[in-house]
Design a protein around this ligand. Sequence first.
Ligand code: GLY
Length: 418
Amino acid sequence: MTESVTYPLGATGDTAGTTDADQELLEGALAVALAVVDENMVTFGDRYPGDTTVNGRYELRPAAQVSGHDLPAGSNYEWTTSFWPGQLWLAWELTGRETYRDLGLRHVPRFTERLTEEIDLHTHDLGFLYTLACVTPDRLVGSPEGRTTALAAADHLLKRFLEPAGIVQAWGNLETSPEQRGRTIIDSLMNMPLLHWASEVTGDARYADAARRHVAQLRDRIIRDDDTTFHTFHWDTETGEPRFGSTQQGYRDDSCWARGQAWGIYGFALNHRWTEEPTFLDAAVRCADYFLDHLPADRVAYWDLVFSDGDDQPRDSSAAAIAACGLLELAGELERSPRGEVAEAERIARYRREAWAMVRSLATSYAGGGETGSNALLLHGVYDWRTDKGVDEGNLWGDYFYLEALTRLLRPDWTPYW
Ligand code: GLY
């Protein structure tokens, strides 16, 4: 373990999070973040911002032709739209203000419509989309429509589970996109909770069995021997044999895309919570230790972990926000598992300290709103450096996970949506 870290703002060690200064920092960061959410409620309401800001500002999601539909600006397509209602549900839980809950509920029919009209459903990201927009309102306030729609989304997702490989295909129409056949990606770990939830509410084990087998395949193939991860991995869907790893959004096929590693920390930890499979916990620990050992001094990752201090490359603030949530989840999982006994106490403390260090750094040096003039909660993310998409911009998932990280630190007993 690397213990010689210089923490931002000088806070160190196991006192992290217990000082008045830390609590004030969190409260201040939350006030700034909620002011941005309030502004965006007026601007976007039950429509959707773009995936990322453009020159620091979100605009309405562009009008587009998707799945044979002519969609007007602000429509519900692509994988990021649920992070907007996700922010509203967090804001509601943190404040109890009914306006957040009411607007969150107005998004449920937008997701029902997307499903019934079959708009942009050929993706594993149904988990990100329907967990936040439909499962969450059902769990928090009761939404029969949300529950029915989320179950239909889980059925769609289950169709992407391919035998004999035992994997959920990430992208592409299963019938008409042969180039995507058998390709998985590390982000998909975060989509598995929708399947686990579906088994829980229906009593039908098929969803959870598929999720468990898919995660086991990623555990065995997407993590390399040195604990870095591939962004994507390909299987032969006829024979079920593993083929090779590659990247879509990382710097190189053999580098370690920072957000992918962060999805690995959080995703394996969550799948451990749903399954109690100890090797998923081991996988999360491997991802976490590598991530932490390859951070720059301010603890906010460069967009690929091959880069560090001194490299002329952008950070990905969203990777830090995801990792902070993942480390807090992982610390909790370690604590309640047999591994959590004495030998792991130091590791658990380290994960909590590092999560705090990341959130402190994000809140003090990367937050939008206020004087920045941005309507993003978090600045300086990278969507896709290779295609110059959303580079050094805010993005919807970074905003959501930053608010989730603040929530986790302010409310240690908060129940995750995933
Ligand atoms: N799940 C897509 C991404 O992280 O960019």
